[in-house]
Design a binder for this molecule. Structure first.
Ligand SMILES: Nc1nc2c(c(=O)[nH]1)N[C@H]1C(S)=C(S)[C@@H](COP(=O)(O)OP(=O)(O)OC[C@H]3O[C@@H](n4cnc5c(N)ncnc54)[C@H](O)[C@@H]3O)O[C@H]1N2
Ligand code: MOO
Length: 341
């Protein structure tokens, strides 16, 4: 850095970052300075080393015009004491953490991620190998935790409970999570224990079935103060349906996050509808339209695994070109908060 017009006599001692305030420069004086070091009082400008030349007497000459203040970062350039850096309700992204630290915050007051316990029900579920002898692979145990994390949850437990009513009762009553997500057991079969257990513990059923396909047996209950249970149907795509329409708004509300803007796109092809209920159909987004995918049956995952979104198809179906509301999948929208593992 230099003080006054050149050429300058160069001080022996340079200035490094992280040290005490250096002595003031006097007119006609220059000193070497490291990026990030404190600029001494009365400095006119910083001259980059590649823009200066030293003559045989050791004096420094600028090889291009020196603009007063150049390469000196003034105090308060980005913010001043008392400035509001971000509005309340901002999601704490990695960049927000960096900004907070840079601005000198040691702690941040934040709404924590809701804690979710996942309870996977079903005696027929295998955790490895190919389906055999009437047993099938558990598709929801691997799918739900990263998906829930992408929706802003902290997954505190994933437990496979088989079809034991006692195990379910114990797991639900012992859970300290904000949200319990169960899979399977929502229907009225002999080993469908979700309704009976909710009844037994005196839970308040807030949503008991939804006019949507797949997923119509999905349910939402308040199990105790500050704890909810989302009952996802066992059919894997039905579970996705409940995840995006019951669990997602609940988690978002608990995390004090705003709802995403609703949006529609025209469907490229016809989408078959249910006669009375809304259907959710996996689609890929191509240009300005949504293309319905095959393999969209309640037990299927091939469609959703290739999809960008679920299209909301009204009762009766949708014609080609008809606008459909879309529910984005977290990885397709690449929204802030996406964190899969
Ligand atoms: N009497 C009625 N029965 C059923 C109705 C109905 O309205 N009345 N609805 C059907 C529909 S639709 C659905 S969806 C299912 C929902 O039943 P549950 O939530 O009780 O689910 P399960 O019977 O436990 O399982 C259904 C299906 O999904 C398979 N499954 C379960 N868990 C998993 C998993 N983790 N990974 C992969 N697949 C899973 C399970 O083997 C069954 O095939 O109820 C119908 N019945
Ligand atoms: O609603 Mo079930 O979810 O059709 O499979």
């Amino acid at each position: 850095m230099v003080a006054g017009p050149g050429p300058w006599a160069v001080r022996d001692e340079g200035v490094l970052a992280g040290h005490a305030e250096p002595a003031a420069l006097t007119d006609g004086e220059a000193a070497r300075i490291a990026t990030g070091a404190r600029v001494p009082p009365d400095t006119t400008a910083v001259l980059r080393s590649e823009h200066g030349q030293t003559d045989e007497k050791g004096r420094l000459h600028a090889t291009r015009a020196v603009v007063p203040g150049q390469d000196i970062r003034p105090r308060g350039q980005e913010c001043r004491s008392g400035d509001q850096l971000l509005p309340p309700g901002t999601l704490v992204t990695p960049a927000v953490l960096g900004l907070a630290a840079a601005a000198g915050y040691d702690t941040l007051t934040a709404v924590p991620r809701p804690r979710v316990d996942v309870l996977v029900l079903g005696d027929e579920l295998l955790t490895e190998g190919t389906p055999r002898d009437g047993l099938i692979r558990d598709a929801l145990g691997p799918m739900l935790p990263p998906w829930l994390r992408a929706l802003g949850a902290e997954v505190t437990a994933v437990r496979r409970l088989g079809d034991s009513a006692d195990a379910l009762h114990k797991a639900v009553t012992k859970s300290q999570a904000d949200v319990i997500v169960t899979t399977g057991g929502t229907a009225a079969g002999p080993v469908d224990h979700v309704h009976p257990i909710l009844h037994r513990i005196g839970a308040e059923l807030l949503v008991d079935g939804v006019k949507v396909r797949p997923g119509h047996p999905m349910l939402l209950a308040r199990t105790k103060e500050n704890q909810h249970l989302v009952g996802l149907p066992g059919n894997p795509l039905a579970a996705v349906s409940g995840l995006l329409t019951l669990a997602e708004p609940l988690l978002r509300t608990l995390a004090a996050r705003p709802a995403p803007e609703a949006y529609t796109l025209p469907l490229r092809d016809e989408a078959h509808g249910h006669p009375y209920d809304t259907r959710l159909v996996p689609v890929v987004l191509r240009g300005d339209s949504a293309v319905p995918l095959h393999y969209n049956g309640p037990a299927m995952l091939r469609g959703i695994a290739a999809a960008d979104a679920l299209a909301v198809v009204p009762p009766g179906g949708a014609r080609p070109g008809q606008e459909a509301e879309l529910l984005d999948l977290p990885w397709a929208s690449a929204g802030i908060g996406v964190c899969f593992t």
